[in-house]
Design a binder for this molecule. Sequence first.
Ligand code: PMV
Length: 328
Amino acid sequence: MTTSSDKTVTAVAHTNIALIKYWGKQNPELIIPYTGSLSLTLDQFYTQTSVTFNANLDKDQITIDGQPVTGKSGQRVHNFLSIVRRESGIDLNAQVKSTNHVPTAAGLASSASAFAALAAAASKAAGMNLSLTDLSRLARRGSGSACRSIFGGFVEWQKGSDDTNSYAIPVETTHLNDICIVALTIEKHQKPISSREGMAFSVTTSPYYPTWVKVVEADLENIKAAIQDDDFTRFGTISELNAMRMHALTLSADPDFLYFNGDTLTAMNEVKRLRHSGIECYYTIDAGPNIKVICQQANVQTITDTFSNLFGPTKVTVAKPGPGVKYL
Ligand code: PMV
C-alpha cells in the first residue's frame, strides 16, 4: 500500500464539440468506439479539477461546484479513480473538487471537460507522469469524448482496436482559424436519455448502424481534406450531414427516440434560412436539444442577433477554438 502523496494537483480542460460524431462503442468496458471522430475544442466552457490522494480519507470525496456528488455520477468518478489507483499502484482515497465554468445559463457542462480535467489531475496527483497520448487514453476510460479534450483546436480520435491504440491526436493545421461556434441553449435540463444509453441502444436496435460505421469513415476523411484545403463550405456541409446521420440512428432505433424538441427544429430552419440568404452557417447537435451553429467570424454578429431575437440573448454564447489540458 502506498501512503505517499498528499500533493494536490489542479488541472483545467475545455469541452469539445464533435463535428464527426462518436456514437457507439465496440468495447463498452474499455470505451473503444466503432468509428473515429473529429472535434473542435472550445474556449468558452471548461472544468477545473483538483485531486489529492490522502491516507486520512476513508472513501473518495467528490464535489462539483461545491456540492457533494453521490449516486450514479459519484460512482462513475469513483470507478475512474480506481483505474488511476490500479495503474499508478497508489492505494489511497481521493478528494476531488471540481468546478464547471460555463457562461450563465449555457447548460453545456460536459463529461468531456470533466473527465479530461480529472484524468490530468488524478494521474499527476497519483505520481504518474503521462504523455499526452497516454493521458488521452486514460481520459477515454471516463468518457469517450474526453479523450479529445486533452488537445486544443481540431482533434481526431483514432478509434483503434484496444486500450493501447484508441486515443486522440491534434490535427495540425492553421486553416479555418476564424471558425466560431454559436451555442444556443434551448434547454438547460439534463437529457432524459444519456449519450451512453442512447448510443448503446442505437448499436443494438437500429438496422442502419452498420451503414453508419461505413459512412463515418468517409465523412472523417472528407472533413480532414476540407480542413487541409481551408474549405469552410465543405467543412460545414459535412458537419451538418454527419450530425443528421447520427440522429437518424435514434429515429431508426426500436423503440425510436429523439433528442430534438420544437425549438431545435425552429433553430435548424433558421440556420437554413440564414444560409440561403447568404449568411453562411451550419448546425450540429449532440445528445440533447441544444444547437451549435458553425460559422466564421465575419457572420457572428448577424447570427447572434438573429438567435438573440428568437430565443433571448442569454441563450446565445459565442465560442472560438480553445486550448488543450493545462495544469495550474
Ligand atoms: O463521451 P460521451 O459518452 O459523453 O458521448 C459523446 C457523444 C456525442 O457528444 C453525441 C458525440 C461526440 O462525439 O462527442
